[in-house]
Design a protein around this ligand. Sequence first.
Ligand code: PLP
Length: 396
Amino acid sequence: MAKINSNYNKLKTNYLFSDIARKISEYKLAFPEKEIIRMGIGDVTLPLVQPVVDALVKASTEMGNKATFRGYGDEQGYAFLQEVIKEYYEENCKVRLSTNEIFISDGAKSDIANFTELFSNDNTIIIPDPVYPVYLDSNLMFGRKILFINGNEENGFLPLPDKNTKGDIVYLCSPNNPTGAVYNYAELQTWVEFALNNNMIIFFDSAYEAFVSDKGLPRSIYEIEGANKCAVEFCSLSKTAGFTGTRCGYTIVPEDIIIDDNYSLNKMWLRRQTTKFNGTSYIVQRGAEAVFSKEGIAACKENIKYYMNNAKIIAKTLEESNVWFTGGINSPYIWLKCGMDSWEFFDLLLKKAQIVGTPGSGFGKCGEGFFRLTSFNTRENTVEAMRRFKEFLREL
Ligand code: PLP
């Protein structure tokens, strides 16, 4: 008889977004005349930029022509895309990579979840709370032991290691989803030194690096000395370039990471990918290449600027209302202290101001009492939502 992986029983059914959807439908049914504004959107809303669209069209045309048609590509990605990513790292953060260290993916989520396969199931995994839920669930599926490190108001939702931080792999997400908090150089240096001294591996999720505008903040873990010996970096074009539906990301696996004096993570990941992954589509990789062109970078920056101006409007409203929050400056997420049960706040905000956000408790137990707003809605809706929000807080 086929025996199932009973670790799946340990997963909590994630009701967060379905509960939100249900509450919205119930409200709409009861008050059809009220106009709801969604400030909980975790997806981009602006379309792909023109240089990307042009590249996708051109590549699609090539695929329909016998002379330029392409079949299977290299599992780790086309050299044309690896090269421009390599240049992007050099220009943006003075990080030198070899193209062999750059693996093209169909987005960060699958690589983040799949990379754990290279590690034995008896590792202890350190996960910040609150955080992007994929880190926890993908390790629970293997039955691994989890140690949570708490984010809170005192540490600005940027936990650092201490004497109780005992584990083998740690996930860091900066800029963070959901808190929008960003580690500075000194804090990341603390993590890298800790990992090197304790033979730990860092999984660094930099899906929101393009939102960092402050030159005094790191955008890649490899800006920190020694990170090339202990950190794998996962990045995505989803939010950088609106690729949530187009699907492309990249994972950096340094050749310098050798475990037990014998195992090269880079070689193991290549082995894993050549066995289980058949590459991101040629068309999408050409679209991704265009993201890194001069015109592509400029156009994507414009879109990010649009979202970040929304974030500024949200942050200003919270400041004026004396609400404690993180994020909103180098991140599209704003994490505010709601001072009550986060689902109760959700219900009140929907009922009194017709604004939808995301209850913090959905991202971990330390998220209780907090609430996430995002900057991905339109300017008009963001302005109107913040007008209502201010009024709502005044009446609370
Ligand atoms: N990492 C974080 C922190 C995210 O918030 C997301 C998407 O929401 C991802 C990774 C996944 O990105 P992708 O769309 O590339 O799979």
